[in-house]
Design a protein around this ligand. Structure first.
Ligand SMILES: [Zn+2]
Length: 229
């Protein structure tokens, strides 16, 4: 046996548990509270599993459901998932999003079903940096994606459409357009984190422009009012 695997095998055997051994090889702390040697501790996992969704509305009265308050351990876990590359967190973060979606679905009129979940895409730089679409991963983990069609529905506006906007404004208010007509279909727009609601409002505009009936918007987590700017 080559030396390195042999050393690793001895090391693992000497460790008090497999988890302890793995933590020695690739140490992680709880993404929510920082407890050592675990991806997400039982307390944080239970907190996300038990979180109650909140129903609110955007400024134009579009119903808006959110799963978590984007603060404390929830904020840390979402950041670890989105920007820290800890994609396995999609599974424990999916239930709050799933419950928020269910809340919206329960409020929707009978003739709005079945609903189509449409994901807000990451910014181009975000997709390049992460190599994935966090909202798509969350929706899949929540079992809310019947096919890819809905996920391809929203895309970024052309550079001509963005022309004339300052850099800060472009960043704040990404223009979204539809690549598919959705006449007569009832949709729910989904994002990971809602700050001011501007992106979700823009997504609603794009969906309605394509003929969709927007039943509501949904986000895994919402920044509390005091943290918005
Ligand atoms: Zn924890």
């Amino acid at each position: 046996m080559p030396l390195l695997p042999l050393l690793l095998a001895l090391w693992v055997r000497a460790a008090p548990s497999l988890r302890g051994a793995l933590a020695l090889v690739a140490p992680v702390d709880c993404a929510g509270c920082g407890a050592p040697d675990i991806d997400l501790c039982g307390r944080c996992r239970a907190r996300f599993a038990a979180a109650l969704p909140r129903l609110d509305a955007l400024a134009d009265a579009t119903p808006c459901a959110t799963g978590l308050v984007y603060a404390g351990s929830a904020r840390d876990a979402v950041l670890a998932f989105k920007d820290g590359g800890r994609l396995r967190l999609a599974r424990p973060l999916a239930p709050p999003l799933g419950r928020a979606l269910a809340l919206l679905a329960a409020e929707a009129p009978d003739d709005a079903h079945p609903l189509v979940a449409l994901a807000v895409p990451p910014s181009r730089s975000g997709r390049r940096r992460r190599g994935c679409d966090p909202v798509e991963l969350l929706l899949r983990a929540a079992g809310a994606v019947p096919g890819r069609r809905g996920l391809e529905f929203l895309r970024h506006g052309s550079s001509a459409q963005q022309k004339g906007r300052g850099r800060a404004e472009r960043h704040r208010s990404r223009r979204l357009v539809c690549s598919t007509r959705w006449a007569g279909r009832s949709v729910v727009i989904v994002d990971d984190v809602m700050t001011t609601g501007a992106t979700l409002t823009e997504a609603c505009r794009a969906a309605r422009e394509a003929g969709a009936r927007v039943v509501g918007v949904c986000a895994l987590a919402a920044v509390p009012l005091s943290g918005r700017s």
